[in-house]
Every structure is written in structure tokens, then in C-alpha cells.
Design a protein around this ligand. Structure first.
Ligand code: MF3
Ligand code: CO
Ligand code: CO
Length: 268
């Protein structure tokens, strides 16, 4: 399957889906406090997506080949969990960091976004990791425009991250998105400038770097989904869905509560 090019009407559909996904994260923000369980957050998200937004939580029963169906409506990855953490009944505690990853389907279009939340008072190290990963994502987004190659995006993310002494997870990547949750291309968060696919207007893909405080190696838990760092170091991730425009990019997963882009992206 080649990379799909979205029409103006398609992009409008994806803008709506993207905003809805981001609004789920806005809605959850005040609930991410010490004592809440990730299962409670999943329930809140599920009910909001289905009953308020009239949309579908894409993760629920999602089953790529080789995987058992995903059992919940959002992913919640706590502390040394890298991605695809499954919500459970353990209460979050002061100082935990958690990534909440929301994907909604509205009128057949997918919007996919995640943010980091610090539960209560975070350590300086935890705050630094979350902040730096946010900037890493934006270093990638800021590169997006026609003519640029996917390797340029990966390189921007990797060099920034590694310069600060952190590591980039290699096994999971961003992805094309549209009528399907995961489309071509793969968007690696590392790479060499001038390599891989050239970007063209109408492409839509996610940028979602996973950054580890320690080594980049990961392993999968016995539940068949949860990915953790091998050395149990903290891991963070942020994700946006991005449209390639004629002159640059448009972030589709934005809403009233989206954190401000960093300085480096403010001009775009
Ligand atoms: N939202 C994740 C991504 O960014 C995918 C989660 S797959 C699931 O690609 F089944 F775990 F939900
Ligand atoms: Co994604
Ligand atoms: Co996601």
C-alpha cells in the first residue's frame, strides 16, 4: 500500500478527529491525581468518547496480526513503561509519570495523540524527561514540509535527544494515519538526513518519540502489549498527528487544552 494523500475534505475530517482526541486528554487532565487508577481514567475516556463525542475508541479490541485484541479504550504507560500500557486498578501515586495515548475514530477518520502527565509533585528528573521528550517531538514536527525526507525528521529527534544524554526507542515509530489506524509510512524517531520517503502535501502521519532516561533497550511484558525499559529507567512519550501542507505542516491533534508549542516551533 502506498502512502495515501488526503484531499482537503479528508483533511477536514481528520481535523475533527484530531481535535476530539486532544479534547479527551483535556477532559482527563484534572483527573490525573494521586489515588486515581488508570482503569478509572480509561472509563472516563471511554464514556466521553462514546457518549459525548459520538466517536469510537480505536484501541478497544484493536488486534494487529500477532497481537491479542487490546482490552481497553486508551493506553496508559506509567514510569518505566514505554508504551501500550494497559489500564488497571492500581492507584497512581505522587511523583508517578504517565503517558495517556488516545485514538478516536470519527466519521471513519482517526486522530491519535498522547501527552505526559506528572502525578502530584514530580521529581526534577521526571520533569526534565517529560519536557525534553516534548521538545524532541516538536523538533521533528518543525521539520515537516514538502521536499523534506522522513530521515530528516528522525535525525532531528535523535540528535536532540542523544545530545542531552537520553536514548530513543527504536522498535516503535510514528505512522501514517487516516481511514486506518496504522498506515504507511513508518516514521522512525532516529535516522540520517536526506534518506527515506520525501514528504508531499496531503500526507498525514504521527510523530510520537519514546525517550528513555537510561538505555534504549525495551522488552514486552507477558500481557502481550505493555512495553517497558529493560533497565527499568523512566520513559516518556508525546504524540501528535500532523498534516503536510503546501508550505509546511498543520498539527491536527489540537484543542483548547493543548500545551503550547516550544519556542523553536512558534514561528511556523
Ligand atoms: N496509539 C498507539 C499509537 O500511537 C497505538 C496503540 S495500539 C493499542 O500508535 F492497541 F494498544 F491501542
Ligand atoms: Co500513533
Ligand atoms: Co497513539
Amino acid at each position: 500500500m502506498p502512502i495515501t494523500i488526503k484531499t482537503a475534505a479528508d483533511a477536514q475530517g481528520m481535523r475533527v478527529a484530531g481535535r476530539l482526541a486532544s479534547e479527551v486528554l483535556d477532559m482527563l487532565t484534572p483527573h490525573v491525581v494521586p489515588g486515581v487508577s488508570t482503569e478509572e481514567l480509561d472509563r472516563l475516556a471511554h464514556d466521553h468518547i462514546v457518549n459525548v463525542q459520538g466517536a469510537i475508541p480505536a484501541p478497544l479490541n484493536y488486534a494487529p496480526s500477532g497481537y491479542t485484541p487490546y482490552p481497553k479504550s486508551v493506553c496508559t504507560s506509567v514510569n518505566h513503561q514505554v508504551c501500550h500500557g494497559i489500564p488497571n486498578d492500581r492507584p497512581l501515586k505522587n511523583g508517578d509519570i504517565v503517558n495517556i495515548d488516545v485514538t478516536v475514530i470519527k466519521d471513519g477518520w482517526h486522530g491519535d495523540t498522547s501527552r505526559m502527565y506528572i502525578v502530584g509533585e514530580g521529581s526534577i528528573a521526571a520533569k526534565r524527561l517529560c519536557q525534553l521528550t516534548y521538545e524532541a517531538m516538536w523538533r521533528g514536527i518543525a521539520k515537516v514540509k514538502p521536499g523534506v525526507r522522513l530521515g530528516d525528521i528522525g535525525h532531528a529527534i535523535q540528535t536532540f535527544t542523544e545530545r542531552q544524554g537520553f536514548s530513543v526507542v527504536r522498535e516503535f515509530c510514528g505512522h501514517g494515519i487516516g481511514r486506518k489506524f496504522h498506515e504507511e509510512p513508518q516514521v522512525l524517531h532516529y535516522g540520517r538526513p536526506g534518506t527515506l520517503e520525501e514528504l508531499a502535501p496531503g500526507m498525514v502521519f504521527t510523530i510520537e518519540p519514546m525517550v528513555n532516561a537510561g538505555r534504549r533497550e525495551i522488552k514486552e511484558l507477558g500481557d502481550g502489549w505493555t512495553i517497558v525499559t529493560k533497565d527499568r529507567s523512566l520513559s516518556a512519550q508525546w504524540e501528535h498527528t500532523v498534516l503536510v501542507t503546501d508550505s509546511g505542516y498543520e498539527v491536527l491533534t489540537v484543542s483548547a487544552g493543548s500545551p503550547a508549542p516550544p519556542e523553536l516551533a512558534a514561528a511556523a
